[in-house]
Design a protein. Structure first.
Length: 74
Protein backbone atom coordinates (compact mmCIF):
# COMPACT_ATOMS: atom_id res chain seq x y z
CA UNK A 1 0.00 0.00 0.00
CA UNK A 2 1.48 3.32 -1.08
CA UNK A 3 0.20 5.38 1.87
CA UNK A 4 2.08 3.10 4.34
CA UNK A 5 5.27 4.76 3.11
CA UNK A 6 4.06 8.08 4.52
CA UNK A 7 2.98 6.86 7.97
CA UNK A 8 4.08 9.15 10.78
CA UNK A 9 4.14 7.98 14.42
CA UNK A 10 0.94 9.93 15.16
CA UNK A 11 -0.79 8.53 12.09
CA UNK A 12 0.33 5.01 12.98
CA UNK A 13 -1.23 5.37 16.46
CA UNK A 14 -4.45 6.61 14.84
CA UNK A 15 -4.37 3.65 12.46
CA UNK A 16 -3.96 1.20 15.38
CA UNK A 17 -6.92 2.81 17.16
CA UNK A 18 -8.99 2.68 13.98
CA UNK A 19 -8.25 -1.04 13.49
CA UNK A 20 -8.96 -1.77 17.17
CA UNK A 21 -12.29 0.03 16.82
CA UNK A 22 -13.24 -2.07 13.80
CA UNK A 23 -12.41 -5.24 15.71
CA UNK A 24 -14.49 -4.08 18.68
CA UNK A 25 -17.46 -3.55 16.34
CA UNK A 26 -17.28 -6.71 14.26
CA UNK A 27 -15.40 -9.42 16.16
CA UNK A 28 -17.36 -11.45 18.67
CA UNK A 29 -15.85 -10.97 22.13
CA UNK A 30 -16.81 -11.19 25.81
CA UNK A 31 -13.72 -9.84 27.54
CA UNK A 32 -11.35 -7.18 26.27
CA UNK A 33 -8.43 -9.61 26.04
CA UNK A 34 -10.23 -11.44 23.20
CA UNK A 35 -9.80 -8.40 20.94
CA UNK A 36 -6.02 -8.47 20.94
CA UNK A 37 -3.45 -11.18 20.31
CA UNK A 38 -0.17 -10.45 22.13
CA UNK A 39 2.66 -9.75 19.71
CA UNK A 40 0.38 -8.87 16.78
CA UNK A 41 -0.59 -5.31 15.93
CA UNK A 42 -4.24 -4.39 15.47
CA UNK A 43 -3.38 -3.54 11.84
CA UNK A 44 -2.21 -7.10 11.23
CA UNK A 45 -5.01 -8.66 13.26
CA UNK A 46 -7.77 -6.87 11.34
CA UNK A 47 -6.31 -8.24 8.09
CA UNK A 48 -6.34 -11.77 9.53
CA UNK A 49 -9.87 -11.27 10.88
CA UNK A 50 -11.20 -10.00 7.55
CA UNK A 51 -9.62 -12.91 5.68
CA UNK A 52 -12.00 -15.21 7.57
CA UNK A 53 -14.97 -12.83 7.86
CA UNK A 54 -18.22 -13.20 5.96
CA UNK A 55 -18.82 -11.20 2.79
CA UNK A 56 -21.36 -9.08 4.68
CA UNK A 57 -18.84 -8.10 7.37
CA UNK A 58 -16.17 -7.42 4.73
CA UNK A 59 -18.58 -5.19 2.81
CA UNK A 60 -19.52 -3.27 5.96
CA UNK A 61 -15.87 -2.71 6.84
CA UNK A 62 -15.13 -1.58 3.26
CA UNK A 63 -17.96 0.96 3.47
CA UNK A 64 -16.66 2.26 6.80
CA UNK A 65 -13.12 2.48 5.40
CA UNK A 66 -14.36 4.41 2.37
CA UNK A 67 -16.22 6.88 4.58
CA UNK A 68 -13.22 7.20 6.89
CA UNK A 69 -10.80 7.82 4.00
CA UNK A 70 -13.07 10.44 2.44
CA UNK A 71 -13.42 12.28 5.76
CA UNK A 72 -9.68 12.16 6.48
CA UNK A 73 -8.74 13.62 3.10
CA UNK A 74 -11.24 16.50 3.28
Amino acid sequence: MMDRLLVTPARERDEELYCASLLALFKLWRVLEELHVPGISFNTYIVLFLALASDKVSDLVDNIRYSHCVNVTL
